[in-house]
Write a protein that binds this ligand. Structure first.
Ligand code: PEP
Length: 244
């Protein structure tokens, strides 16, 4: 029984005052209904704030990126060990915004997943095709290639990550994959996991998830919850998604 996991990706949003209100509202509202868990991936400067508010609660926290290196002369980078010191449980790797805007290759994403695991974190490996790739019938080829790059580095340790299928055309666009479209890719990924975690790895869906569509998406047998961007900044909306 994998249970449902909902992760909020705040992206580069927030501030001390707004975060405090959001985190306190999540704490007050989250009853962790059976088999469901919740986490928030916050901007780095707010990790201490997230830890201070959420420590000892049923809400986990994490970061949105991690260095491929453990320490050294890498100005601006933050290691998995540093994130772990701030109590992070999760780290996003390979978000499409990092792939597209920061030139992260499949190889870099795989190295970040390995670095996260080595530092004691659970990497949430994001995968997804662009609209042009979907229209060209390349969804499985693209997502399979992104998956294989990580699996080649992690091997059987794939069982220790979470995956997030995030079609690029659905992120921040208001356009959501249909439950059937999501299920098809999730089933493909689970089959790809095979002996390296098909039963235990959570495969989250991300892309314009909101309270109004979460239940039908999460009802799919291979959809184990969501990675939520915009809607995670609204406490009531995010609580409703996580309880779906
Ligand atoms: C995301 O950033 O991972 C995401 C899914 O964003 P949104 O929910 O806003 O589409």
């Amino acid at each position: 029984m994998r249970g449902k996991l909902t992760i909020g990706n705040w992206k580069m949003n927030g501030g001390l005052t707004a975060n405090s209100a959001l985190l306190v509202a999540l704490l007050a509202g989250w009853k962790a209904p059976g088999g469901r868990s919740m986490g928030v991936c916050v901007p780095l400067p707010y990790l201490g704030q997230a830890r201070d508010v959420l420590a000892g609660s049923a809400i986990a926290w994490g970061a949105q990126d991690v260095s491929t290196h453990a320490s050294g002369a890498y100005t601006g980078e933050v290691s998995a060990g540093m994130l772990a010191e701030f109590g992070c449980r999760f780290v996003l790797v390979g978000h499409s915004e990092r792939r597209q805007l920061h030139g992260e290759t499949d190889g870099v994403v795989a190295a970040k997943a390995a670095a996260g695991l080595n530092g004691g974190l659970t990497p949430i490996v994001c995968l997804g095709e662009t609209l042009a790739e979907r229209d060209a019938g390349q969804t499985q080829a693209v997502v399979g290639r992104q998956f294989d790059a990580v699996a080649a580095v992690l091997g059987m340790r794939m069982a220790l990550v979470a995956l997030a299928y995030e079609p690029v055309w659905a992120i921040g666009t208001g356009r959501t994959a249909s439950p059937a479209e999501a299920q098809a890719v999730h089933a493909f990924l689970r089959q790809r996991l095979g002996a390296a975690g098909a039963e235990e790895v959570k495969v989250l869906y991300g892309g314009s998830v909101k309270a109004a569509n979460a239940a039908e998406l999460f009802a799919m047998p291979d959809v184990d919850g969501g990675l939520v961007g915009g809607a995670s900044l609204d406490a009531n909306e995010f609580l409703a998604i996580a309880a779906a």
